[in-house]
Design a protein around this ligand. Structure first.
Ligand code: PEP
Ligand code: MG
Length: 621
């Protein structure tokens, strides 16, 4: 039967994989520049690490039992060959010398280069060898970090697992958003996450979702209950982990995974279809992205645009802040890829759980505490974050604004400012945009002079005092993740209070309703870009409140599109009216579920085309 653990499911779906318990040190691949005088030292570190891994592999080969399958030796020989290939052992030294970067950084750059070459080979066997390259590099990185080699039993088991098509479920006490960024490059080996801490809308979990990985947070004592290499079923839909499931249960879950796969294939048929409700009201379904490459997922899901580009992830996990040109390239890439569809680029929302590396903070003149490299902030979620951070560091802000404005020459770009609460902040933000425009004019650089500037409504003060927002800004985007956290006074990344994180709290719903109504009446496009927008259980309520723009993780988009085909905007409006009179979130949830049930029974499997061509919703931005 297997042991069951519970927590809160984050991304949807079920996955089966082998547990890998994460130690924090495994996550930290430091990247920094070195002085010319330190190059020799850095190259020596590389040489030493390579020699140690060479010896490690030789030792392993010598210890292979006589009756071991021939593949074991072949596998070790392959790793030795990879290690000795000049692409891997010589090129990083050259990178250290030419780019003045540390050994780890050079090695990871070269790793990506080599993997790209492997992945371009038109042969399945060779293509899949990029995984071996990664494993060899991991050994070297571990040696560079001064760590002991991986326990060989584990290494072998993971390798065997990978060969049987099994993937890894990472089990950690807690993960920072920066940690998850590392896993983006993990080539699909990571199948899911389990953490003991963390809330479902923490940025860590938003990233997990953007990777399409089922994850469960708040699983108390997961690392005591789960052992390295245990087989796990992660049922993110039910917020359940099953440790070492029996055969029968495993078979049941495999069938469910298959059924979910088929449902996803069905959904993909909706990609090219217009987004609209059953009664023909056009809806914009937009994508939230975290890195420029995510634009592929947005296009793949048939998004009507990018509703939120969380740019801060470009600034994290690095010691030097990205230059204006580097930022421009990233933003322009997304703008070009969307081919004229709107791209809403949010200015830097750094702070709280999204921190810059210590050297990057120091380059801004921020104090760091010497110990773990983090500045001491008594209450980071209420501290120097987002627009407050940008106004405190004008050069940082102006550089980003210039880069965004320049990217507007490549597509339809809009600027979104996070965490606004005071009219003075709106005015200052707009002044900065004006100054950035002037600077570009002086430099004679191209940009679209009509770029719209909008604001996030995610601080209660903003939602309660919308006047200055609708007067000064061109569009509004409801950041419900933070709005809920600040309205209910609970830290969205704290598992201890996650049970209080209630999107359906009437106070939250009132502010959302008020923002949609006020913004729409003033002729401003209003969207929701928090996690509520992609929640199938809530979409009817938001539609009924008058929302016509939903921005979400691309993986959720087609499911929401399908649900909208079943919904009638007038029925939804009546439902929202009834719900506005309820004060208990559980009654609200019941009302939403009851509204869904009868419709689901009668719902057509495939959407019907509207009789008349759908009109686009009125826009100002
Ligand atoms: C939000 O707060 O709802 C939002 C979209 O922004 P983030 O999750 O990045 O804080
Ligand atoms: Mg937010």
């Amino acid at each position: 039967m297997g042991k069951q653990l519970v927590g809160q499911g984050v991304a949807r779906g079920i996955v089966i994989g082998r547990a890998h318990l994460l130690a924090p040190s495994e996550l930290d691949i430091r990247q920094y520049h070195v002085q010319r005088a330190d190059v020799l030292h850095e190259v020596a570190r590389l040489n030493n690490a390579f020699s140690l891994v060479r010896a490690e592999l030789e030792q392993l080969r010598a210890n292979v039992a006589d009756d071991a399958p021939a593949e074991v030796r072949a596998f070790l020989d392959l790793h030795r060959m990879i290690l000795d290939d000049s692409l891997l052992c010589d090129a990083p030294r050259d990178l250290v010398r030419s780019r003045l970067i540390n050994a780890e950084w050079a090695l990871t750059i070269q790793l990506e280069e080599v993997c790209l070459q492997f992945e371009a080979i038109d042969d399945d066997y060779f293509r899949s060898r990029s995984q071996d390259v990664r494993q060899v590099v991991e050994r070297v990185l571990r040696r560079l970090a001064g760590g002991r080699p991986a326990p060989e039993a584990l290494g072998r088991r993971l390798q065997e697992g990978a060969r049987e098509g099994e993937r890894l479920v990472l089990v950690a006490h807690d993960l920072a958003p920066a940690d998850v960024l590392h896993f983006r490059e993990d080539g699909g080996r990571v199948a899911g996450f389990i953490t003991e801490l963390g809330g479902p809308t923490s940025h860590t979990m938003i990233l997990a979702r953007s990777l399409g990985l089922p994850a469960i947070v708040g699983v108390a004592d997961a690392r005591d209950a789960i052992e390295e290499g245990d087989l796990l079923v992660v049922d993110s839909d039910a917020g359940r982990v099953i440790v070492q499931p029996g055969e029968e249960l495993l078979a049941e879950y495999r069938t469910r995974i298959l059924v979910q796969g088929q449902a996803r294939t069905e959904l993909r048929k909706l990609r090219g279809k217009l987004s609209r409700t059953k009664d023909g009201i056009p809806i914009e379904l937009l994508a939230n992205i975290e890195m420029p490459d995510d634009v592929r997922d947005a296009l793949d899901a048939g998004a009507d645009g990018v509703g939120l580009f969380r740019t801060e992830f470009l600034f994290m996990n690095r010691d030097e802040l990205p230059s204006e040109d580097e930022q421009y390239e990233s933003y322009a890439k997304v703008a070009r890829a969307m081919k004229g569809k709107p791209v809403v680029i949010r200015t830097l929302d750094i702070g709280a759980d999204k921190v810059l590396n210590a050297p990057a903070r120091q380059s801004l003149g921020l104090s760091v505490d010497g110990g773990d490299g983090l500045a001491v902030e008594p209450n980071p979620a209420l501290g120097l974050r987002a627009i407050r951070y940008c106004l405190a560091y004008p050069d940082l802000f102006l550089t980003q604004l210039r880069a965004i404005l320049r990217a507007s020459s490549q597509g339809t770009v809009r600027i979104l400012v996070p965490m606004l609460a005071h009219v003075g902040e709106i005015d200052k933000a707009l002044q900065f945009v004006g100054r950035a425009r002037e600077q570009l004019k002086e430099r004679r650089q191209k940009f679209d002079a009509r770029v719209a500037v909008g604001g996030m409504i995610e601080v209660p003060a903003a939602a309660l005092n919308l006047g200055p927002f609708v007067e000064r800004l061109k569009f509004l985007s409801l950041g419900t993740n933070d709005l809920i956290q600040y309205v209910l006074a609970i830290d969205r990344s704290d598992s201890a209070v996650a049970y209080l994180y209630e999107p359906l709290h009437p106070a939250v719903l009132q502010l959302i309703q008020q923002t949609i109504r006020t913004g729409t009446r003033a002729g401003l496009p209003v969207s929701v870009c928090g996690e509520m927008a992609g929640d199938l259980a809530i979409v009817e309520l938001l539609l009924g409140m008058g929302l016509r723009r939903f921005s979400m993780n691309p993986a959720q988009l087609l499911g929401i599109k399908q649900r909208l085909y079943e919904l009638d905007s007038k029925v939804a409006a009546r439902l929202a009216g009834r719900i506005a009179r309820l004060h208990d979130p559980s009654l609200i949830r019941d009302a939403l579920a009851r509204a869904t049930l009868p419709r689901r029974r009668q719902a057509p499997a495939a959407p019907r085309r509207p009789k008349a061509p759908a009109k686009s919703p009125a826009r100002r931005a």
